[in-house]
Design a protein around this ligand. Structure first.
Ligand code: GBH
Length: 437
């Protein structure tokens, strides 16, 4: 019998976790029931978000979570990765919402996988300040005390690399700072927050803890020395700076000296052992030597003084966002991490992977997900211990500086009526999961 390669998922080891991901600020709405976050303040500034929209209502998930959990159950995923909004938890009764959500997930047989920080920092706080890390640990303890009887799998931070780079170095995300390399303490304080969070979770009895880091291969624009050097530097910033403190307890050479505080002592905290390592993967980056002028790439202005320039990857299909579709770069990323870190790399979970395309008959999304799941399987065959795969995202949602213009969902959302419509990709994934080995 001919098998349709579009619906047959290659066999992963038993216990492999299939899931979908979202984040609080991007879907919840109910802004009146949370304290303001840096994102609420940022979106209130004219010109920051492309379509001038805010996440005040978003997908109104706060009020519609039952319907959304039913969509998860209908999809047949094992797990749901969502984030807990710190500024909502800061409101009296704010944790009640997550309590209800977790109960609903458990009743539906879907494992809750909360992320404890996904960029919506309470507005009065600031990652340039060291004490934000300690405040985060208190937040984590409060959440774990409340949900820990039903939640076993936890994620500390989402993409500290992007929050540092986009939010504090380049200023295109909240809080909108353009500090370039002066943003490095923001990275250190988030990493410290991660380590303190792991300790807080352990103290609360958590047995299954990871982080969701943004990673991707960086390809030199040519074999010339300056291009290779620039690509290596970009690899250091995006990959090594955030992986090595966590996995090896050390910063890449030359970086530790630039960080604030007692870095050696902090690295002890930052490298608390994890049960698994989460990677968000979207696309590789092609990088070349600086060109002496500011460049505009993917809607981000990168100043001339940066020691690299990002270049276009040609000859590949691109998503509506303009990101190239390069599934085999996921295999490359994972085998590279395995080669670099060996036994120091715990089992890997892909905590985000997905693409933006318009329309409900989203054949391109099916092709993207199918190819990336196969690429992940290739990494498994090559000896990388992969334990899970989460699609970004369940719902079309508030895509940060892009507003509602970029749609990443398996489920279409009409932002006027809040009507949810499963896309072709939802049906495809449901059938693929139903018939998985
Ligand atoms: C994630 O960030 C976030 O965790 C999530 O909240 C967000 O909604 C989702 O992705 C989709 O954006 O121009 O080809 O070089 C992703 C961070 C940064 C990954 C930009 C892709 C550019 C690819 N992304 N990067 S390219």
């Amino acid at each position: 019998m001919a098998t349709d390669r579009r619906t047959a998922i290659p066999p992963f080891p038993p216990g492999f976790l299939w899931g979908v991901s979202t984040s609080a600020h991007q879907i919840e709405g109910a802004a009146d029931l949370r304290d303001p976050s840096v994102w609420d303040e940022f979106t209130a500034e004219p010109g920051r978000v492309k379509d001038g929209s805010t996440a005040a209502v978003a997908c109104d998930h706060y009020h519609r979570y039952r319907e959304d959990v039913a969509l998860l159950a209908g999809l047949g995923v094992d797990a749901y990765r969502f984030s807990v909004s710190w500024p909502r938890v800061n409101r009296p009764g704010g944790l009640d919402f997550y309590d209800r959500l977790v109960d609903e997930l458990c009743a539906a047989g879907v494992r809750p996988v909360p992320t404890l920080f996904h960029w919506d920092l309470p507005a009065p706080l600031d990652w340039l300040r060291r004490d934000t890390a300690a405040r985060f640990a208190d937040h984590v303890s409060a959440v774990a005390d409340r949900l820990g009887d039903r939640v076993s799998t936890w994620i500390t931070l989402n993409e500290p690399a992007e929050h540092t780079l986009l939010g504090h170095a380049l200023g295109v995300h909240a809080p909108g700072r353009r500090l370039l390399f002066d943003a490095l303490p923001v990275a250190h304080h988030q990493l410290l927050a991660h380590g303190l969070a792991v300790r807080a979770l352990r103290a609360a009895g958590a047995a299954d803890v990871g982080i969701a880091n943004s990673h991707g291969p960086t390809w030199p624009a040519s074999g010339d020395g300056p291009d290779v050097e620039a690509a290596d530097f970009y690899d250091l910033l995006l990959n090594r700076l955030f992986a090595e403190p966590v996995l090896l307890g050390a910063y890449p050479e030359g970086i530790g000296e630039l960080m604030p505080g007692d870095v050696a002592a902090d690295l002890e905290v930052i490298s608390e052992p994890l049960d698994w390592y989460g990677i968000n993967y979207y696309a590789p980056t092609k990088v070349g030597a600086p060109q002496g002028t500011d460049i505009e790439f993917g809607g981000v202005r990168m100043p001339a003084e940066l020691p690299f320039t990002v270049r276009e990857i040609e000859g590949r299909p691109v998503t509506d966002f303009g990101w190239p579709v390069v599934p085999e770069a996921l295999t490359e990323l994972l085998t590279t991490f395995k080669a670099r870190y060996g036994d120091r790399l715990p089992p890997v979970i892909i905590t985000e992977n997905g693409c933006s395309y318009d329309g409900v008959d989203d054949q391109e999304r099916i092709a993207y997900l199918d190819a990336h799941i196969r690429a992940l399987h290739d990494a498994h065959t090559a000896g990388v211990d992969v334990r899970g795969y989460f699609v970004w995202s369940l719902l079309d949602n508030f895509e940060w500086a892009e507003g509602y213009a970029r749609r990443f969902g398996l489920v279409h959302v009409d932002f006027t009526t809040q009507e949810r419509t499963p896309k072709a990709s939802y049906t495809w994934l449901r059938e693929a999961l139903r018939t998985r080995g």
